[in-house]
Write a new protein. Structure first.
Length: 424
């Protein structure tokens, strides 16, 4: 660190210590006189593009202009100091929550209207507020730090909201969100290309230069501490401010984490809680990717009510889980859903009615020989039908297969019957 940087750092530290002393004294007086007093710690936002396009001096000029504006807009008697690189402390003796809210709104509007060196850069304002005269016992000593921490958390909220406004509207899938994040990152930071890796999925905008190592790699860590992915980038203009980049990558990580949570929640909503199979909604959603012709099987456990009556519902649950495992591991291309009660539906793309019936018969034989619940081999009845055209739809196929399944029950259970319309 050179001599100039050392002097600057010492000056900032001295200002912060003096401001902290003023805060503690003001709060002491507020408690003694039972008068209100408020502290705001505001953080200047949106400085990453300023840093990239104009360097550290542009960041300093922007912060200085915001600081001057804040001083102009705060009431007489307020103390306003730059207490960090981008953090402004505002001490408001005699101000209650209503007055603080009014001052903050004035400042936010003023910052929004400020004529800046980089007009396309949006500046946000995060605030943390502590109001006297009765702070929590023992709070005086760390009041400034707690308020600064609140401001930091609010700052993250501001950045995240910006990412949401820019990226998330209309984007309902992780694929859409990932591509928008990459496109925005490439455009904002003048990158040649970026790649985002989330789990086993990968997106690139545009394709990265062949056989060239990335110029930067960042693991995306959300505010909750979870790692949600890795961002690689090629090429960059200027040297971004590390703190500003930290804010951006935190916002990106939180945006990805939210979409992953929604995606996970939707997956759970489309799954049966007991068996893990698709439920009716899940099957309807998955059928968007399936086109005729395909075979439909309806599978129903034999004597299921008796199993529940004799051995309890836990035994019935084990029956369902065992049959679900058997069906889901049969063919990777099949869709298996719990349709209701002990009735399961199997969608078999590319199968004929006779081929599907033969496959279900093999599974029936396997169940009888390998799955025993309460000393009883697992047995089921099944019906099979074909859907030859997308105009018919899966519900028509399920109805036909269901009728064939009941015919299998009528014939004595433990067998597979092909719908009469599809029997060859």
């Amino acid at each position: 660190m050179d001599e100039q940087q050392t002097r600057t750092g010492e000056a900032h530290h001295a200002v912060r210590r003096a401001f902290e002393d003023a805060v503690l004294e003001t709060m002491r007086v507020a408690r003694r006189d039972a008068q209100p007093a408020s502290l705001v710690v505001a953080t200047v936002m949106g400085l990453a593009p300023v840093s990239i396009l104009g360097g550290a001096s542009a960041v300093e000029r922007t912060v200085a202009r915001v600081l001057a504006l804040v001083r102009d807009l705060t009431p007489r008697g307020a103390r306003v100091e730059l207490i960090g690189g981008t953090e402004i402390g505002i001490l408001l003796p005699g101000a209650d929550e209503a007055m603080v809210g009014s001052v903050c709104r004035d400042i936010e509007l003023g910052v929004e209207l400020l004529d800046r060196e980089f007009p396309n850069t949006r500046l946000g304002f995060a605030v943390g507020i502590a109001v006297g005269p009765e702070p929590a016992p023992g709070a005086d000593a760390d009041l400034l730090w707690r308020t600064a921490d609140r401001a930091f958390r609010n700052r993250a909220t501001v950045v995240q909201q910006g990412v949401q406004n820019l990226i998330l509207p209309g984007a309902v899938t992780l694929d859409e969100v990932a591509r928008r994040l990459l496109e925005t990152g490439v455009a904002t930071y003048a990158l040649e290309a970026s790649t985002l890796l989330i789990g086993e999925r990968q997106w690139s905008v545009p394709e990265p230069p062949p056989e060239r190592s990335p110029d930067g790699i960042r693991e995306l860590i959300s505010s909750g501490g979870a790692s949600v992915g890795i961002w690689h980038w090629w090429g960059e203009r200027g040297t971004p401010d590390p703190l500003a980049l930290d804010e951006v990558f935190l916002a990106v990580a939180n945006a990805v984490e939210r979409v992953l949570a929604v995606e996970s929640s939707e997956r759970r909503a489309r799954r049966d809680g007991l068996t893990g199979l698709l439920n009716r909604e899940g099957l309807s959603h998955a059928m968007r990717e399936v086109h005729a012709p395909y075979a439909v099987g309806v599978v129903d456990i034999d004597h299921f009510k008796q199993m529940n009556d004799l051995h309890g519902h836990e035994a019935g649950d084990r029956c369902l889980q065992a049959l679900a495992d058997l069906l889901r591991h049969s063919r990777a291309s099949d869709l298996v859903a719990r349709w209701g009660g002990e009735e399961l539906v199997v969608i078999m793309p590319g199968s004929t009615a006779t081929g599907a019936a033969a496959g279900l018969q093999r599974l029936l034989d396997q169940a009888r020989s390998t799955i025993v619940i309460e000393d009883t081999p697992l047995s089921f009845s099944a019906g099979v039908a074909m859907v030859e055209s997308d105009l018919l739809g899966v519900l028509d196929g399920i109805r036909a297969a269901d009728a064939a399944m009941y015919e299998a029950k009528r014939r004595g259970r433990g067998q597979v019957v092909v719908s009469a319309a599809d029997a060859r």
